[in-house]
Design a protein around this ligand. Sequence first.
Ligand code: FAD
Ligand code: UDP
Length: 379
Amino acid sequence: MGVDWIVVGAGFTGATFAERMATAGRRVLIVDRRAHIGGNAHDETNAHGILVHRYGPHIFHTNSEAVWRYLGKFTEWRAYEHHVLALIEGKLVPIPFNLDSLAALLSKKAAARIESALINQYGFGKRVPILKLRTSEQPDIRDFADYVYRNVFEGYTLKQWQLRPEELSASVTARVPISISRDARYFQDNFQAIPLHGYAEMFRRMLEHPNIAVALDYDWKRSMVKGRHTRVLFTGAIDEFLDYRFGPLPYRSIRFEERTLQKIQHQPVGTINYPNDYNFTRITEQKIITSQRAAVTTLITEFPRSHEPGRTIAYYPIPRDDNRLLYGKYAAAVKAEFPDVCFAGRLADYQYYDMDQACARALKLASELGGPARLEARP
Ligand code: FAD
Ligand code: UDP
């Protein structure tokens, strides 16, 4: 069939864009090299009957009412606020590191002294990135910041990125700031939830549209553009698109290890981080996130690893200035050589997007390219 748009990649970016354009009356072919839609947010039931997030645990959180309402057209939600503990000096303490983490690790006297120094300096309820805290002029706060840096951030970041926190964009560790409060939630966003029937079902409903055709196990080749008057949205890796012409963009990958235990619940919270011990970063108990009831429970352990194009999946762009410069070369080249191809998404923009940011990016792009001006009311 003739189509108006080919969308490469059926993750949050591609599926949102395809749905918007289809709703505006365009005919869309969406392809993915994987055997399923949903990209890295895909979930499926494992052999033990537990719903697992196949590419690592995914917790939806956003401050964007537009994204929340948009996705709400395709799913009901189950409210879920994520909690994380980290094993530090043999104790499990809340992450983001907060006043209760402080009290759990330091003597009563030292904790009280640092707590009042933090509150005086920044104010109760404030959230301060670790790299900023380390620049404090107050010796007490600086010593405390060094302690948190060493015990929470340094080892975890080395495992995850093979880099120290200061070798990455400051925005990376700022995702998990020190919290001068007793709020132990991992995210602070206004909307925090998990799709009631799972991500895969939400994506199925997004792409269930008479103007959308889906082709899976379909590795897209650039040559498809040639000779056709079809526009393309590419949501895969921009360096791969140009056959790594300027050298590969660096990414981190992860090996996920899944194990199922014959018990109802294993961990006190959804995720436990291991900043200092072992060669994995964290273990997540899937059932806690999805609120599934079952007699067994499945744990997912994340082992960060280097990315080898063609062999592993590029999960994380590595936010650093030099990588941004290299990305800029790719962005300039595709703009000059492929004016009919748009690039968007975590890989195509080489940006550390969360799901809501990928969705927001696609909503904006669709509205700029002739998608519906506003969100239709729910039927
Ligand atoms: P993707 O989901 O990567 O989709 C891109 C798709 O394009 C893929 O399906 C791929 O197969 C396809 N593709 C690429 N190249 C080709 C080609 N040549 N031909 C055909 N198909 C192709 N976000 C949150 O908000 N909360 C979380 O808790 C969270 N946890 C995460 C945990 C992990 C371990 C990871 C890696 C990410 C997590 N994220 C989380 C981020 C989230 O996964 C992304 O924001 C989101 O998936 C980005 O969507 P996307 O469509 O841009 O990319
Ligand atoms: N981080 C850390 N220790 C922790 C939690 C996070 O050092 O206990 C740092 C680490 O560099 C990590 C980054 O903060 O990669 C962002 O953490 P987040 O949980 O947002 O990562 P994601 O869920 O995207 O993998």
